[in-house]
Design a protein. Structure first.
Length: 340
């Protein structure tokens, strides 16, 4: 690690920590059905929640104009205290987004003035700046889909918002790793290619995790290793839609089938990568990354099974999402160490 890069590295890693917190709070927001509680978005005036009962009531009255209240919560004896609870999680999620923006932009300007960022890292930071802004847009784009007719957000937009947050985190970590490990290692091409393929399938699995969350597809077929009625490929998959594409992208049974089946693929690829690496002489960093991958993927697989069996209780669903974040972190670290 170059001494002059230390402050930049800490800055980038603090961004990773904040992104982790934001994704965690986003998971709570989704699992508590809080995402549609704030029906508008203002950069400044929404920074803090309502400060008086009158303002709380005004916000609640505004919420009553939208489908989630009119079609669902109006029948659940939904009161102002209930609204305050769901409002808090959505507000907190957006508040962390504002903090991330400040934590990125203010030090970035300082580092620019002090010329602490080299040209290569500067280009990557501009990419990160764009990714952060685009992530904010995706958040509102997602929420907007649940404020028109359907009292739920589009699972496509939810998966896009979730996956892009994961990718933004992974890229931020990658930029930090470039500074932490400036030396170049001899690259083992076959392991690098296999690690890249594994990362692609892991991202696909994360996308389908978003689909499952958006469709509440974890609330059906709560059995393992087979789906309901002892079927590997449940007959309901064919009944939901006529098109195979729609069955596997919009049907609850089809989406769950892909997610639970893809889990075996991800585990298999990571094990293949691990055992294939035994043929080569690896550095301690590379070995540690591979060991972490194997441990985390089995923990994640087990969490996925129990989350399904217990029909997605809040703590299990949230832990499953957090473990996916840690698994992506280990995958990013391992690929970096196998690539440079």
């Amino acid at each position: 690690m170059v001494k002059k890069d230390k402050s930049v590295i800490y800055w980038l890693l603090s961004g990773c920590v904040l992104l982790f917190i934001m994704v965690t709070v986003g998971g709570i927001t989704r699992l508590t059905n809080s995402g549609l509680s704030m029906t508008d978005w203002h950069l400044v005036t929404d920074t803090f929640p309502p400060m008086s009962e009158e303002k709380w009531q005004a916000a609640f009255d505004e919420y009553k104009k939208f489908p989630e209240y009119q079609k669902i919560n109006i029948h659940n004896d939904f009161q102002l205290d209930d609204y305050k609870f769901i409002y808090f999680w959505e507000w907190f999620h957006r508040f962390i987004g504002r903090i991330i923006g400040l934590v990125f932009i203010v030090p970035f300007i300082y580092f620019l003035i002090k010329k602490r960022i080299d040209k290569a890292t500067l280009k990557k930071c501009f990419v990160l700046l764009f990714m952060g802004g685009f992530q904010g847009f995706l958040g509102w784009f997602m929420v907007k889909s649940g404020l028109i007719d359907n009292p739920d957000v589009s699972h496509f937009r939810l998966a896009l918002h979730l996956t892009f947050a994961f990718i933004t985190f992974a890229y931020t970590l990658w930029v930090a790793l470039d500074l932490i490990y400036p030396e170049r290692n001899e690259v083992i091409i076959s392991l690098k290619k296999l690690a890249r393929i594994t990362l692609v399938f892991l991202i696909i699995q994360i996308i389908y995790g978003g689909f499952v969350a958006g469709l509440n597809a974890g609330l059906i077929h709560n059995h393992w290793p087979l789906m309901s009625d002892g079927q590997f490929f449940h007959e309901s998959i064919k009944l939901e839609y006529d098109s195979w594409l729609l069955r596997f992208t919009e049907g609850k049974s089809g989406v769950q089938f892909v997610h639970r089946t893809m889990a075996y693929v991800v585990v298999g690829l990571i094990l293949f990568l691990y055992f294939k690496s035994k043929k080569y002489s690896l550095s301690t960093q590379q070995k540690n990354g591979l060991n972490a991958l194997v441990i985390l993927v089995f923990l994640q697989f087990g969490l996925g099974v129990f989350t399904l069996l217990y029909a997605v209780p809040l703590w299990l669903g949230l832990t499953h999402q957090i473990m996916a974040f840690l698994l992506l972190s280990a995958m990013t670290y391992t690929l970096h160490r196998l690539s440079k």
